[in-house]
Design a protein around this ligand. Structure first.
Ligand code: FAD
Ligand code: SIN
Length: 546
């Protein structure tokens, strides 16, 4: 057992959990109003942001308009987008893009035909967009954004980045001090190197921990995406919404040696065609936009084709385009596929759908504020109402940029309110915890959750499969909970506990929705309910436990 003196306690004005686009952008803005700590569970660049390929959707061309971007977003969102959220985020996008440019980010450009060499932004196209509006840095947009933000952070004396620091749980005044009026006071954090739990106190806490792709067996997400933020907020009593809407990206590279590698939708935007193993282009049977239909439609079509033929993948073919164009536009995909023995200029790419994006999350307003005073959530972890039942491609980097700006402004406005936090907080209680002697239990349960979510809560659902998943996850949660209380903490165990909770939230939300809409497709209720019945699925700790 650790003694209280061995538990370091630190204080900052602002604590940010996560170092992706949302956390880093918000930190840069908050540093003007006080000290900022960014805690991140691995190395600072390791985030979903770092792997983003396609780019950022924003209205920058004369042929485009806010109205068109709003309309495309709402159409993809299948009747569940909050129009005020969509309008705000779409219309504030260009200003935030300007800020990225001022940080030195360079988006890809192209020569304007017959202009004597003048250049303009090279705007990409992705599924569901009626116009070319995706700003990109070739096919490594996320890496360039992450580097630009980290560089700016490095020269900001008011920001401290703590790598290998894993946020375990939020500290709330109702639990820490038995206050009647609840608020967030900080977080308990596992220092992965020293293995000690640190108490970090702050006037405002911003969750920017990204999504939960790792809850599924096959995902485009890196290992950090284990739904920690949703789990922490939910345990602290904050409601979550629309967790049934998990977006499956249609085209993840299918190769035994590739752990996860996305083939960007922008490749279809440049003419890539989906084909079955007989080279037949099948998408015209499913949607007038064919290979560029919204993602939910394309992922379901691929799933149907694979089930019909028994094939374990389909093909994405861009070989009809000139090789120099392909290599220049998609250098990372070209090189990576070549490493796996696939020359994408000469042969089609084997692809399968994989879990990609969490459309629901911690409920916030349009300033990132949650229902718990002092706690904010931004980026993929949050549910603002922008995405509805299905996110439009490349709208998530946009949402993260706009909301992190608005959130920093709101925190500044709330600062006086939040300033009355107590000087010290109770240290973490480790009790009689022992080092886990059965690590195999952790890895076995990890695998079981991810497989059962893939098999029973995937692209196509039924009530019977969902009920089976619910039963299995309840048993697993009980076992994990017992293990959690008697074991000293490791990142694997913390992630397992969070994955199990998030899986149970996805299942409960899916069971509540008695219709098919956007990303939630249930064979028992194939119809979409008419307009007045549209609603968000909201889960709270109280409703969940009873
Ligand atoms: P992230 O970038 O995921 O950052 C989360 C951070 O939180 C990480 O630093 C992580 O380590 C940290 N963290 C998590 N849990 C804890 C914890 N318990 N304690 C401490 N730290 C923690 N969207 C687009 O708009 N355009 C695209 O082109 C695009 N391409 C994509 C390609 C891929 C392969 C993937 C996976 C996603 C893509 N997306 C794209 C989605 C987009 O990248 C993400 O939604 C977005 O980057 C999320 O940003 P974020 O800041 O919210 O979270
Ligand atoms: C992609 O590049 O296909 C991913 C875009 C996104 O998820 O928005």
């Amino acid at each position: 057992m650790q003694s209280p003196s061995s538990h370091p306690q630190r204080t900052y004005d602002h604590l940010i959990l996560g170092s992706g686009i949302a956390g880093l952008t918000c930190a840069l803005k908050l540093s003007k109003h006080g000290s900022v700590a960014i805690i991140t569970k691995k190395q600072k660049a390791e985030s979903n942001t770092n792997y983003a390929q396609g780019g950022i959707a924003a209205v920058t061309s004369k042929e485009d308009s806010f109205e068109m971007h709003v309309s495309d977003t709402c159409l993809a969102g299948a009747g569940l987008c909050r129009e005020d959220a969509v309008r705000t985020i779409v219309s504030e996008g260009p200003e935030r893009i300007e800020e990225l440019l001022r940080l030195g980010l360079k988006f890809s450009e192209r020569e304007i035909p017959d202009s004597g060499g003048a250049k303009e932004l090279d705007l990409g196209k992705e599924g569901g967009h009626s116009k070319r509006r995706i700003l990109h840095c070739k096919d490594v947009t996320g890496r360039e954004i992450e580097q630009a933000l980290l560089q700016a952070i490095a020269s900001d004396d008011n920001i401290e980045v703590l790598e290998d620091h894993f946020a375990i749980d939020l500290i709330t005044s109702s639990k820490a001090q038995k206050d009647e009026t609840n608020r967030c006071l900080g977080a308990y954090v596992l220092n992965v190197i020293t293995r000690k739990v640190e108490t970090i106190r702050a006037c405002s806490v911003v969750i920017a921990t990204g999504g939960c792709g790792k809850v599924y067996l096959y995902t485009t997400n890196p290992d950090i995406a284990t739904g920690d933020g949703v789990a922490m907020a939910f345990r602290a009593g904050v409601a979550v919404s629309n967790m049934e809407f998990i977006q499956f990206h249609p085209t993840c590279l299918y190769h035994p040696k590739a752990k996860t590698f996305l083939i960007t939708e922008a490749l279809r935007g440049e003419g890539g065609v989906l084909r079955d193993l007989n080279r037949h282009a099948f998408m015209s049977q499913y949607h007038p936009l064919e290979s560029l239909a919204p993602r939910d439609v394309v992922a379901r079509a691929i799933d149907t084709e694979m089930k019909k033929s028994g094939a374990d993948h389909v093909l994405l073919d861009i070989t009809h385009k000139p090789a120099p164009f392909i290599i220049d536009r998609f250098p990372n995909i070209y090189r990576t596929c070549l490493r796996f023995g696939i020359d994408i200029t000469k042969e089609p790419i084997p692809v399968v759908p994989a879990a990609h994006y969490q459309c629901g999350g911690v409920i916030t307003d349009l300033n990132g504020a949650t229902s718990l005073p002092g706690l904010y959530a931004i980026g993929e972890v949050a549910c603002t109402g922008l995405h509805g039942a299905n996110r439009l491609a490349s709208n998530s980097l946009l949402e993260a940029l706009v909301l992190s700006h608005r959130c920093a402004k709101r925190i500044k406005a709330d600062q006086q309110l939040n300033d009355s936090a107590p000087a010290s907080l109770p240290p973490w209680e480790s009790g009689q915890a022992q080092a886990p002697d059965e690590r195999v239990v952790i890895s076995h349960n990890w695998d079981e959750i991810r497989r059962l979510m893939w098999d029973y809560v995937g692209i196509v659902r039924t009530d019977e499969r969902l009920a089976r998943a619910k039963k299995r996850i309840e048993n697993l949660q009980q076992e994990i909970q017992e293990f959690y209380w008697k074991s000293t903490l490791t990142p694997d165990l913390l992630e397992l506990r969070n994955l199990a909770l998030v899986a149970s939230l996805i299942i409960a939300s899916a069971l509540q929705r008695k219709e098919s809409r956007g990303l939630h497709y249930n064979l028992d209720y194939p119809e979409t309910m008419p307009a007045p019945s549209q609603r968000d699925t909201i889960l709270t700790l109280d409703s969940f436990q009873n």
